[in-house]
Design a protein around this ligand. Structure first.
Ligand code: GYE
Length: 332
């Protein structure tokens, strides 16, 4: 009797073990335990993340958030920086497929041109999560999109800017990367608001500064050269370009945030410093700390849970008058 009992226990144990071992990438329980960190012999969750670049303070915060969170959860992260080039992102995704990762995350530098490679991901049976920026593909090609409502950010920026110039005047616009969902959405929301509510605000110049400080400065210099005496305000699609533009405005001999009002997007620390120095009026928040939400989704997907198609991040607006109080609480 006793021996029988021991034998059946051993058998049950062996079975449990073999289930544990074969619950490969789609296995639920193994992943739940993994998320706690070191879970004995269980398979680690392996995630490939194709970051788009390192063009701004926002991007650095986003990258750090993802790397730190992966480490905390004991997730093996394969990270790639595409230096703002779509072809590099596509290469990275293909290499993640070849390595057989459990989930792929990508922040698409531009919206178009993803169909082929996303289909390859789907054919390989690997779930795909869009992080931060959207791609213009059919919904069956990705599992979830996690990020900001860029159109809403554009609307908020228009309202803030209108307040600063009494709903009338000439403005210039520094756009983000051409064809990126962040730039497309921000411009759409901004224009929508101008058309609906502020007919006396005119955009007299609009050009891309590719989300970088250097380009923001260069393009603002060109705006000032041709229309310097005519510009009442600047709408910049991100803080880095606004910070570059501030330099250009000062070098031109005008006072940023006074002679030329400035509203930008992101709410990175550099923007708070500029507001405290009285050189930037408003920044609309766009949250880059996507690591925790990203790996929550990855773990849920692999555990076979239902995930929503769009996961929004929460965001606010910050103005010059409270910048000094706000800065110590900012995490990026
Ligand atoms: O606003 C900008 C960055 O995609 C939301 O990309 C992101 C944008 C962000 O370069 O600073």
């Amino acid at each position: 009797m006793k021996i029988k009992k021991i034998l059946s226990l051993v058998l049950a144990g062996a079975m449990a073990l073999s289930i544990g071992c074969t619950s490969g990438k789609q296995g639920g329980s193994a992943v739940g335990e993994n998320s706690g960190g070191d879970s004995g012999g269980d398979k680690k969750l392996v995630v490939g993340y194709a970051q788009l670049g390192a063009e701004s303070e926002w991007r650095t915060a986003c990258t750090n958030s993802i790397k730190e969170e992966a480490e905390q959860r004991g997730i093996e992260l394969k990270f790639s920086d595409a230096q703002q080039k779509q072809e590099n992102q596509i290469k990275a995704i293909r290499s993640f497929i070849a390595q057989g990762v459990d989930v792929i995350g990508v922040s698409p530098v531009v919206e178009s041109g993803w169909e082929t490679v996303f289909k390859e991901v789907k054919d390989a049976g690997i779930p795909l999560v869009l992080v931060d920026r959207k791609a213009d593909v059919s919904e069956d090609l990705y599992t979830s999109y996690l990020g900001s409502d860029f159109v809403e950010e554009g609307r908020k920026a228009a309202d803030e800017l209108a307040k600063l110039i009494d709903s009338k005047g000439n403005i210039v616009e520094l756009q983000g990367t051409v064809g990126s969902s962040a730039a497309v959405g921000r411009q759409e929301g901004f224009l929508e608001r101008l058309n609906e509510k502020y007919p006396d605000i005119k955009i007299i110049k609009s050009q891309t500064g590719d989300f970088t400080r250097a380009k923001g400065k260069e393009v603002m210099e060109a705006f000032l050269k041709s229309d310097g005496e005519n510009i009442d305000a600047l709408f910049s699609h991100n803080d880095d370009m606004a910070i570059g533009a501030i330099q250009a405005i000062e070098e031109y001999g005008k006072k940023p945030a006074e002679d030329i009002k400035i509203v930008s997007v992101d709410a990175v620390k550099g923007a708070f410093e500029a507001m405290i120095a009285g050189k930037l009026n408003v920044t609309v928040e766009c949250n880059p700390l996507l690591g925790p939400q990203f790996f929550d989704v990855c773990e849920d997907i692999v555990a076979g849970k239902d995930v929503t198609k769009y996961i929004p991040s929460e965001e606010g607006v910050f103005r010059q008058d409270t910048a000094a109080q706000d800065l110590p609480n900012r995490k990026y």
